[in-house]
Design a protein around this ligand. Structure first.
Ligand SMILES: [Zn+2]
Ligand SMILES: [Zn+2]
Length: 143
């Protein structure tokens, strides 16, 4: 079952399912996709840049970028259809981040994990102290 959400495009309430926009916008997006796809399929447009495709089809660059990210448009076949890395804006062909940022992010994540481990160790120490405390209490009762 889908949940109710506001369409990020037009703000209309819709049931969020396999699509991330409302039915009306989805239909519009599909029409735009066809337009873009028919455009880049033409041999003379194979080398078109993002700007040229956007202008030639009257479709927002952000949409074309979305399809590239979703791999609905295969960037490999259209070498000039690049888009900006989400972090630094460097032109990339696939994924969300350029190689540099992806590496950087990996380092950040392992740092997070290290911090988590320290927090977990502290928690374990506290748990152990708790156990000792309980044992002491029991001994007192026994005596
Ligand atoms: Zn909408
Ligand atoms: Zn980057």
């Amino acid at each position: 079952m889908g949940e109710l959400a506001n369409c990020p495009n037009c703000g209309e309430l819709f049931v969020k399912g396999s699509q991330d926009v409302c039915r009306k916008c989805f239909k519009e997006e599909e029409e735009k996709f066809d337009r873009v796809y028919n455009f880049i399929r033409k041999k003379k447009n194979r080398m078109a840049t993002m700007n040229e495709v956007s202008e030639g089809t009257d479709v927002e660059k952000s949409l074309i970028q979305k399809w590239l990210r979703q791999k609905r448009i295969h960037a490999g076949s259209f070498p000039n259809l690049t888009y900006g890395c989400e972090r630094c804006g460097e032109q990339i062909y696939e994924g969300k981040l350029c190689e540099n940022c992806a590496d950087q992010l990996k380092t950040d994540i392992s740092q997070d994990e290290r911090q988590k481990t320290i927090a977990e160790l502290e928690q374990e120490k506290r748990d152990r102290q708790q156990v000792y405390f309980n044992v002491d209490q029991e001994n007192k009762w026994r005596n």
